[in-house]
Design a protein around this ligand. Structure first.
Ligand code: SF4
Length: 144
């Protein structure tokens, strides 16, 4: 069966109009009742940068009463223009997931289990190891 472009538009346009008529409310009052209130209405919006990788995508963070209620890509950011990869799109979970770790976990050499440790101890360990590595491997270059 040959279908011209004009026929195709007639058929598809008629189908779309028919479908819209089937689901559209009969009057404006009905339409108002079916539109849910936006979750981000009256929320404070803060701009930030995604912490996950060096691309540095812009993020909008919506908060209400100090709680993050939504995160999304910043359409005005020159790097991502509103888009986010799946990792950045899951940023909301970083603060709201109930399984989120709140303290560092440490597994000592040859140990089988992780144990919860304090942040001060962890940061001291990291600083000590960075300094040890730096002292052991740093080579001054001569300027000529
Ligand atoms: S959204 Fe994805 S690509 Fe962008 S900075 Fe975050 S992790 Fe990197």
């Amino acid at each position: 069966m040959d279908v011209s472009r004009r026929d195709f538009l007639k058929i598809s346009g008629g189908t779309l109009l028919g479908a819209a008529g089937a689901v559209a409310p009969a009057n404006d009052a009905g339409a108002q009742e079916t539109v849910p209130e936006l979750r981000i209405r009256d929320a404070k919006v803060t701009t930030t940068v995604c912490p996950y990788c060096s691309v540095g995508c812009g993020i909008l963070v919506y908060t209400k009463e100090g709680t993050v209620i939504q995160t999304e890509g910043d359409p005005d950011h020159p790097v991502n223009e509103g888009t986010l990869c799946p990792k950045g799109a899951s940023l909301y979970q970083m603060v709201n997931n109930q399984k989120r770790l709140l303290k560092p976990l440490y597994r000592a050499a040859h140990a089988k289990e992780l144990k919860e440790v304090e942040w001060d101890w962890t940061l001291d360990q990291i600083a000590r190891m960075v300094k040890e590595t730096r002292d052991r491997t740093f080579r001054a270059t001569s300027k000529s």
